[in-house]
Design a protein around this ligand. Structure first.
Ligand SMILES: *[C@@H]1O[C@H](CO)[C@@H](O)[C@H](O)[C@H]1NC(C)=O
Ligand SMILES: *[C@@H]1O[C@H](CO)[C@@H](O)[C@H](O)[C@H]1NC(C)=O
Ligand SMILES: *[C@@H]1O[C@H](CO)[C@@H](O)[C@H](O)[C@H]1NC(C)=O
Ligand SMILES: *[C@@H]1O[C@H](CO)[C@@H](O)[C@H](O)[C@H]1NC(C)=O
Ligand SMILES: *[C@@H]1O[C@H](CO)[C@@H](O)[C@H](O)[C@H]1NC(C)=O
Length: 592
């Protein structure tokens, strides 16, 4: 009976993963090694998601500080031997260097840095600190030290230009910048135009004129530091988010909106406990690194695993999953698409228990291949910088491939029209979060300094996400596209994602992006940019185009088939790996 229902069987040690076994709830993992049976209970029973949703009612205290109220509490438990021995932070790079910190050690290092910020730099509570570093351990210390000093953290990506930096420093009025050698020259080029900037701290073994050295400062600092008192609604962090138009917006979050709000990510969606090790690879974009690499795992006492890869490399990722005890893995759909192109049978996935993706919806085809290789499903999540998890598929919940899942316990999510009226099931509209009579505490505070743009997000009783979707009869949410990704062709509305899902089912397609393209008769038509799999690269392209068109007509409604197809080597992506359809669309329409 066991053999029939197992999804995974490793001959030798005999290890079963009894995910499908009906006598156990699906959120139990059982392993049989020899004759011993371990049952590792998970913290929640997600089979009954509705009752969890009802029970979820976080209390927001007047004062809250993540460093003191969460991190230091885990450190205390560690000291008393009341916590599993997992590290809090585990960092490796491609030269096999490693850093591991317990919560106690994280506290020690971050308190010294806090003394630097408030001592040597003389920063006050609510002063702004601009941080641009690649994935080095210092990045996490700055995050925690800012919490301890009540300074507001402004993370930025390493790919910024001098102009971007100038804009960010001027609009934010940051008093301190922390970066490395690669960005320091750009900063020096613009620093004289930023009157509020007083401290430049360099993370590097070498020295630089006009800069303080991070290592020297920290080495000399005391580790005695008392965490400042912060109100739950005090500003904690500001992300610069770019829209399709205008300059980047300063999206502000409070201490509680992320520090408490991301419980829905850590506890419910990621299903983390203090025994888990979470690795999120999709991390070169800094905007949302807070989600997965700071708050969500540490709320649960889980270990944050980081591989400082110079660039995404499928082999390194699969090798890392095989050789480190990573239990929970999250990456972008685009990365899963690359991983399933590899021969996955030569890797060992026995440590993995839970796989997730966010950023974009995942293609059902990719999900199927991943399941075949690892025995695990991919659980989707959907959110944005302004929010915590908006919707997701939670463990134990039925997976509907291609759907995000249901609204997260934190939000009342509805599909609404332009005036904020709730639309019936099955009708496409704007994905909105109800904000009346109560605005959820885990929604961003505002676009700082831009009340007009803040106001534009709200219509009637809803905050509009800017994404289009549909809710089905079972409350599952289906993504259609960004509001401006939807294609209108000869009277039909076509979501790019459906067409991409159909294309990727064909063996020739590694990846595709579908956008609208001008057409003299139809106004606009569906155009697909296709990256071919290795074995199809040398085939006759005209014939392949016809074959793909016929294929799409067969697997989805024929009117959706791409009338135009262009083969490309790669697709334009954001730093966090999302396909930039807007770029392709602008090119099609001759816009810059
Ligand atoms: C989980 O919830 C389901 C549905 O309510 C219930 O049948 C099952 O017994 C629960 N399992 C546990 C371990 O509580
Ligand atoms: C750190 O301490 C050493 C020895 O006391 C001193 O020479 C050095 O200048 C200090 N460095 C900084 C950056 O304060
Ligand atoms: C992983 O990082 C990406 C990009 O920063 C983010 O979209 C995603 O939500 C993260 N995953 C988790 C589990 O938080
Ligand atoms: C896979 O990894 C697990 C855990 O690290 C180990 O126990 C097992 O022997 C490995 N299996 C193979 C086939 O190497
Ligand atoms: C998964 O494996 C089954 C059985 O070998 C096969 O029929 C199916 O096509 C595979 N699915 C994918 C998506 O590769």
């Amino acid at each position: 009976h066991l053999c029939k229902t197992t999804q995974k069987l490793a001959i030798g040690k005999v290890s079963f993963q009894l995910k499908a076994l009906s006598i156990f709830p699906s959120n139990f993992k059982c392993q049989i090694r020899g004759h011993r049976v371990h049952r590792v209970s998970r913290p929640q029973n997600f089979t009954d998601y509705e009752s969890i949703k009802q029970q979820y009612s976080p209390q927001i205290p007047e004062y809250f500080n993540f460093a003191e109220d969460v991190l230091d509490v885990w450190a205390e438990k560690e000291k008393k031997g009341e916590k599993a021995s997992n590290p809090a932070f585990w960092w490796v790079n491609d030269r096999k260097q490693e850093v591991r910190w317990s919560f106690e050690e994280l506290g020690f290092h971050s308190r010294r840095l806090a003394n630097v910020l408030s001592g040597a730099c003389g920063l006050n509570q609510q002063d702004r600190v601009f941080l641009v570093l690649p994935r080095v351990p210092e990045w996490w210390l700055v995050n925690v030290a800012c919490l301890r000093t009540g300074t507001v953290l402004l993370p930025g990506t390493s790919q910024l230009t001098a102009r971007d930096i100038l804009h960010r420093l001027q609009t934010s009025g940051a008093r301190c910048v922390i970066t490395d050698e690669s960005l320091a020259p750009l900063l020096d080029a613009v620093a004289s135009q930023c009157s509020s900037l007083q401290h430049k701290i360099l993370v590097s073994p070498t020295k630089r004129e006009g800069w303080k050295n991070f290592g020297d400062l920290v080495r000399n600092a005391s580790s005695d530091h008392e965490c400042v008192k912060t109100r739950s609604d005090d500003p904690m962090t500001i992300f610069f988010t770019s829209g399709t138009t205008g300059s980047p917006k300063m999206t502000q979050h409070s201490h509680s909106s992320y520090g408490i709000g991301l419980t829905v990510n850590g506890r419910y969606w990621l299903d983390l406990t203090e025994r888990d090790v979470l690795w999120n690879t999709s991390d070169t974009g800094w905007a949302k690194s807070a989600w997965s690499s700071v708050y969500a795992p540490w709320i649960q006492g889980a270990c944050v695993f980081i591989h400082h890869m110079p660039r995404f490399d499928s082999h390194t990722v699969l090798e890392t999953l095989s050789s480190y005890p990573i239990s929970t893995f999250c990456t972008a759909p685009t990365a899963y698409r690359m991983l399933v192109q590899e021969d996955m049978s030569s890797y060992n996935f026995s440590n993995l228990q839970h796989c997730l993706c966010a950023g974009e919806p995942i293609n059902p085809e990719v999900m199927g291949k991943w399941r075949n290789a690892t025995g695990l499903d991919i659980y989707e999540g959907y959110g944005q910088t302004e929010t915590v998890l908006i919707a997701g598929t939670f463990k134990g919940m039925k997976i509907k491939a291609g759907a995000f899942g249901k609204a997260s316990p934190e939000y009342d999510v509805q599909v609404v029209d332009e005036a904020g009226n709730v639309l019936p099931r099955g009708v496409e509209g704007n994905l909105g979060i109800r904000v009346k009579p109560h605005k959820p505490f885990s929604l961003f505070t505002e676009y700082t300094g831009d009340p007009d743009r803040t106001a534009e997000c709200y219509v009637g009783d809803f905050y509009l996400t800017g994404d289009r979707g549909v809710m089905d009869e079972d409350d599952y949410l289906w993504f259609v596209g960004r509001a401006d990704d939807v294609i209108l062709s000869a009277g039909y509305r076509i979501g790019p994602f459906e067409v991409e899902n159909a294309l990727i089912e064909h063996q020739a397609v590694a990846e595709s992006a579908v956008v609208s393209s001008p057409d003299p008769i139809r106004g606009e038509v569906v155009k697909a940019f296709v990256v071919l799999t290795a074995e199809y690269k040398s085939q006759d392209q005209d014939q392949l185009k016809k074959e793909l068109q016929t294929y799409v007509k067969k697997v989805t409604a024929p009117y959706k088939y791409p009338r135009k197809i262009e083969f490309v080597e790669q697709l334009p992506k954001t730093v966090s790996g999302k396909i930039r359809r807007v770029e392709l669309r602008n090119k099609e329409w001759g816009r810059s």
